[in-house]
Ligand binder design. Structure first.
Ligand code: C5P
Length: 250
């Protein structure tokens, strides 16, 4: 298994920049990848992304784009260029000041369909080439882990994941419960991102399809997204270290 730290993504679901900074400082080198969702991005925009990148962190922008193909392609294009233009200060030659760090990962919603996902993948490739930066990993959300399981869930997840692969996406987001099947059907290189991770002693909250870090790793998950079990812990750093330990033991 690759280093547990390279597989752990912290969902930075807090309302203010100050709270985000306290968590990031407390976690230190335990967490390398941060997921920025609606809560912080709507409040702070690209600033929060730049802040995390300045701390040497990788950023997963989870805005789950879902709209007509042209609109999603434009949003993806803007996301790939995040940190370059127009939000950065420009120097006298009109070039961005400071080091540019591309996003690590971003999400679109697979419910947008094949054409939308293809447009997203094309836009990501094109913009990354234009900017001469590595393309961020583009992953499709299949079925939310807060949706109660039904007899249709795994069929739906597989169908949407196959569509995502056909469209040229790098991977999908699913619950751990579908990971072994997706790994089998979609191959070892397809990226499988799994939220809904709960340690044996943590609250499920609104999540309905949860699994432990150990089961996630064993099942073949590429990245584990963990929010409240770390963010709401009395000691977030030791909560993160315990999860890393459980992952590493697999
Ligand atoms: O706090 P918790 O560990 O439940 O956080 C999970 C994170 O993963 C949240 O930010 C949520 O938006 C996100 N997510 C999810 N299910 C998906 C896709 C993303 O829970 N299918």
């Amino acid at each position: 298994m690759k280093n547990a730290k390279e597989k752990l993504i912290l969902a930075l679901d807090v309302p203010t920049f100050d709270e985000a900074r306290i968590i990031v400082d407390a976690l230190g080198d335990a967490v390398q990848i941060y997921k920025v969702g609606y809560q912080l991005f709507v409040a702070y925009g690209p600033f929060i992304v730049r802040y995390l990148e300045a701390q040497g962190k990788k950023v997963f922008l989870d805005l789950k784009f879902h709209d007509i193909p042209n609109t999603v392609a434009n949003a993806v294009s803007s996301a790939v260029g995040l940190g370059v233009h127009p939000h950065d200060a420009l120097d006298g030659d009109g070039k961005p000041m400071g080091k540019f760090t591309p996003l690590f990962m971003l999400t679109v919603h697979t419910q947008g369909g094949l054409d939308m996902m293809k447009a997203a993948a094309d836009a990501a490739n094109k913009r990354a080439q234009e900017l001469k930066v590595p393309k961020p990993l583009l992953v499709g959300v299949t079925v939310l882990t807060s949706d109660a399981p039904s007899t249709e869930t795994s069929r739906l997840v597989l169908e949407r994941a196959q569509l995502a692969k056909a469209a040229g996406l790098d991977g999908v987001v699913s619950s751990v419960k579908e990971v072994a099947m997706l790994r089998r059907e979609l191959g070892r290189d397809f990226i499988l991102v799994t939220p809904g991770i709960r340690t044996a002693d943590s609250d499920a909250g609104d999540q309905k399809r949860v699994e432990t870090p150990a089961v996630a790793v064993k099942s073949g998950s590429s990245f584990l997204v963990v929010g409240r079990p770390i963010v709401k812990a009395k000691d977030p750093r030791s909560a993160a270290l315990n999860i890393l330990d459980e992952m590493a033991k697999v």
